[in-house]
Design a protein around this ligand. Structure first.
Ligand code: FAD
Length: 370
């Protein structure tokens, strides 16, 4: 049986930026980290997915617009720092605010358990299963563990290498090869920019990528997302905006490649073949590598025991609260958990709302879980 880890007012699953922002606000709302709140994380080191992103990745906003609540992200010599700078910042944030994280614990299930939720996790280090009972569970598990590859015809017969951006480590993976880069978001643009300099690369997208003006970066995206959120909350018409986070920010490498004419795109291939691809007009090309920059889906497998109804592939939410299980909160997954909530600067406001709701409910109960 599972080792009983006791009853907690709050258990947070995931200690990446979303988990840390939530812990920060729970603490500010009066809960004691380590006594009232515990975070569980499968990784044995801080930094969330930023530690796993390819080294040349660049933030699409400057540090001042990539900060969690509390201590701001320090500047770096590059105006758009890389993933390692973010991972170090998150590690510092975790230590600075005394966030208690049980690391090496992969949560395998969240289930109803009377007046509480039961969180079961596998503690890899000790080789045991552990169980926490919680009045509130915050799921902050991100998307990195759920890379998405579209069902392109022939995907399973292509005999070359297939690589998702999540496992791309750098140009040495593809130098000199014939590469198909699939996907028109920031990852696709940044990877096409560097791969096209060392390989024969073709960039295909479902629709032409929308490049933001050179002076517009992630901070503008955040301002627009905030204005949209305010308008929607006020019941006004959706002002629309400069676009979603899928719009491409012209960081230096992207601007350089675009100006050198290396960022042209072609419409999506009709199918893959054992040795390459077939275009809509029937012509074919030989390929060595397909690099899928086709995004991610939310990591929600641990919520299966709750049998939550889903809409567009995710649980129904009111803000970050799960409509069908109000003791569950979902933070940091993207628009369905709050505009720009899947960004460093955007997750803070939604974490604050989550903490306020959780603490209000605990006060109503006026006692930690008996
Ligand atoms: P994560 O960082 O993935 O953290 C989730 C944590 O949960 C991880 O530590 C993981 O170990 C843990 N976990 C997951 N499942 C379990 C489980 N079952 N049990 C226990 N622990 C679990 N945002 C920006 O603001 N600026 C950018 O420039 C930017 N660029 C991006 C580039 C790429 C390629 C990607 C993919 C995203 C980018 N983002 C950017 C978006 C966002 O900031 C990141 O995706 C960020 O990692 C999301 O943080 P998170 O805490 O939600 O998830």
């Amino acid at each position: 049986g599972a080792v009983d880890e006791g009853s907690w007012p709050v258990v947070v699953v995931g200690a990446g930026q979303a988990g840390l922002a939530t812990a920060y606000h729970l603490r500010r709302a009066g809960l004691e980290l380590g006594r009232d709140v515990v975070l569980l994380d499968a990784d044995d080191r801080p930094g969330g997915s930023w530690r796993r992103m390819w080294p040349s990745l660049r933030l699409f906003s400057p540090p001042a617009f990539s900060s969690l609540p509390g201590r701001p992200m320090p500047p770096a010599d590059d105006p758009y720092p890389g993933a390692a700078h973010v991972a170090a910042y998150l590690q510092d944030h975790e230590q600075r605010y005394g966030v208690v994280v049980r690391r090496g614990v992969r949560v395998t299930g969240v289930a109803r358990d009377g007046d509480a939720l039961a969180v079961t996790g596998l503690d890899a280090g000790a080789g045991v299963e552990r169980r926490w009972r919680a009045r509130h569970v915050v799921s902050a598990t991100g998307t990195w563990t759920r890379p998405f590859v579209p069902a392109v015809p022939g995907r399973d017969v292509f005999a070359g290498r297939q690589l998702h951006s999540a496992s791309y480590r750098g140009v040495e993976d593809v130098a000199g090869a014939r590469v198909l880069v699939v996907g028109g978001g920031n990852s696709g643009a940044q990877l096409m920019a560097e791969v096209s300099a060392v390989a024969r690369a073709t960039w295909v997208t479902l629709r032409p990528p929308r490049f933001l003006p050179d002076d517009v970066d992630g901070r503008r995206l955040f301002e627009v997302a905030t204005a949209r959120r305010r308008a929607l909350l006020a019941g006004e018409a959706d002002p629309g905006g400069v676009g979603g986070l899928g719009d491409v920010v012209a960081v230096a490498s992207v601007r350089e490649a675009r100006d050198a004419g290396r960022l042209r795109t072609a419409p999506m291939v009709a199918a893959l073949t054992p040795t390459g691809a077939v275009w809509p007009d029937g012509t074919t090309d030989e390929l060595d590598v397909v690099l899928w920059c086709t995004g991610f889906r939310p990591e929600l497998r641990h919520l299966r025991p709750l049998r939550l109804p889903t809409v567009d592939g995710h649980p129904r939410t009111d803000g970050t609260t799960c409509v069908d299980e109000p003791r569950l909160h979902l933070v940091g997954y993207g628009d369905w958990t709050g505009p720009a909530s899947a960004t460093l600067v955007g997750v803070g406001p939604t974490a604050k709302e989550t903490a306020a709701r959780v603490v209000a409910d605990l006060r109503r109960l006026d006692s930690p879980l008996t």
